[in-house]
Design a protein around this ligand. Structure first.
Ligand code: ZN
Length: 482
């Protein structure tokens, strides 16, 4: 096969496989055997590409990733099942069911008794070593596949993101250190109301905060329909969101977190979500629709690698840009027509969580980068992650990292959200300079976003300077601390 034939075959198999993953996440029937077969065929295509071609480089790096993914498939499916089974407790129940890895966040958000939350946290962290061998094996397979091509997943990640190791570590440290004191100060003030206790401690993880802090905001938004709002917003920007397939149905096995799927880019883009509560629904729908317009903006005749192989931080740039509109005071005041008290409270709480995110993801990202560079085992990674939590927020038992939904499941995703958030700060500055404070109502601003989105794998990363101070200063201005 020549380059074009290979790429088109890669696209076709990739589409079929991602449809199976989509079904799995949607709680629909999926075919484990078909997934294995497709993954096998994708591996063959990727190997053929790697034997014959060194360029395009993005396709070369993605092919290595595809082989690693296929070789891990079995282990990951086992990990997925084992985690749900082993990380569970008989001592606590939620809605009549025992608490397990899958409903742990729901438990933390619903249960006001902090001692009960602590017991579950401690028990789950103590049980984490029982699933560590799957994580060890998953990482070993990845490491081995990349080694055959003289690379690590970290090398590949940094090359696609066009950033050096030292520069990325420096950025993460600056953001994590810079956010720490304001985060802890805010946490001390908010703990009694949000956590129902005097102070914040190690077991009040990021997701406990996030699951609880937005509850008072739901009242302000319960009359609004987030789906209608985001459709209106994107239409005003000149997009046609009607071609995005949205599945908001509730199914028992549907994933609790919203997601966007570029099954065939740009023609088949889908969003999955489950109604949780008003404010978080706004956040997740705006975020996923940002991904969706990014996929929809691709040009159908562009190469496969340009359409599909997008640096992870670039993918998150469009989702975070659209999501950030709901923390804009002007949007809340004028578009959602909320009262001033609601506006201040929403902005404060979102910014506080952005600071929490920076401290948590500084630790997560630095650990993952060192993981590949220094060849950590799962235990060494736990020890290091614990040190980093002490540096950036509150010392947390290291084995918690095995229970996270991104760190043990991905080779290198964690820093992407951080890079994207800083890039979005620069983008918003340019949008409001050129199109006015309320840029989301301007067609021209929409054109600008669409043109950037169209570049997909050729997005000009270097033209957006990453300035941690602009982002930090905005997030640190909390009214309740003033
Ligand atoms: Zn995203």
């Amino acid at each position: 096969m020549d380059l074009n034939e290979l790429a088109l075959r890669y696209e076709k198999l990739g589409s079929q496989l991602s449809e199976q993953y989509y079904n799995q996440n949607a709680g629909l029937a999926y075919d484990r055997e078909l997934m294995k077969k497709l993954a096998q065929q994708l591996t063959e295509i990727s190997k053929e590409f790697l034997e014959k071609f060194a360029n395009p480089r993005s396709m070369y790096l993605a092919s290595i990733g595809t082989i690693a993914e296929a070789e891990r498939l079995e282990v990951e499916l086992d990990f997925h099942d084992q985690r749900m089974e082993s990380i569970s407790t008989e001592r606590h129940r939620i809605d009549g069911k025992k608490v397990n890895w899958g409903n742990w966040r729901q438990f933390n958000s619903q249960i006001d008794n902090a001692q009960e939350r602590k017991q579950v946290f401690d028990e789950f962290v103590a049980k984490a070593p029982s699933i560590a061998k799957h994580v060890e094996e998953r990482m070993r397979i990845t490491r081995e596949v990349y080694r055959q091509y003289g690379l690590t997943p970290l090398d590949s990640y940094l090359e696609l993101e066009q950033i050096s190791y030292d520069k990325l570590i420096g950025l993460l440290e600056k953001l994590g250190d810079g956010a720490k004191q304001t985060f802890l100060g805010g946490a001390a003030l908010l703990a009694p109301q949000v956590l129902h206790k005097a102070t914040t401690e190690y077991y009040d993880d990021f997701y406990t905060w996030r699951g609880r802090i937005y509850k008072p905001l739901d009242n302000y938004l319960k009359e609004k329909n987030p789906l209608n709002e985001v459709l209106q917003l994107l239409t005003n920007l000149g997009f046609d969101p009607s071609t995005i397939n949205v599945d908001g149905k509730d199914r028992p096995n549907k994933s609790p977190s919203a997601s966007c799927w570029g099954i065939q880019i740009p023609n088949d883009v889908r969003i999955l979500y489950r109604k949780v509560s008003p404010f978080p629904d706004f956040g997740s729908l705006f975020h996923e629709f940002g991904h969706a317009i990014h996929g929809k903006s691709a040009l159908p005749n562009d190469s496969v690698w340009k359409r599909y192989i997008v640096p992870m931080s670039v993918a998150e740039t469009f989702s975070i840009l659209i999501e950030s509109i709901i923390e804009n005071p002007l949007f809340l005041r004028q578009d959602l027509k909320l009262k001033e008290k609601a506006v201040t409270e929403i902005v404060d709480r979102v910014r506080f969580m952005n600071l929490a995110f920076l401290t948590f993801y500084a630790a997560n990202s630095i650990m993952k980068m060192e993981f590949w560079k220094r060849n950590y085992t799962v235990d060494q990674a736990a020890k290091r992650w614990q040190e980093l939590t002490k540096r950036f927020f509150i010392e947390t038992p290291g084995n918690y990292w095995i229970l996270h939904h991104v760190m043990p499941n991905y080779d290198m995703y964690s820093p992407s959200y951080v890079i994207a958030s800083v890039r979005v700060a620069a983008m918003k500055e340019r949008l409001s300079n050129n199109h006015g404070e309320a840029w989301w109502r301007e067609l021209e601003a929409g054109n600008f976003i669409e043109q950037l989105a169209q570049t997909r794998g050729e997005f000009d990363i270097k033209s957006w300077k990453l300035d941690p101070d602009v982002y930090l200063t905005e997030q640190k201005s909390l009214n309740f601390l003033a």
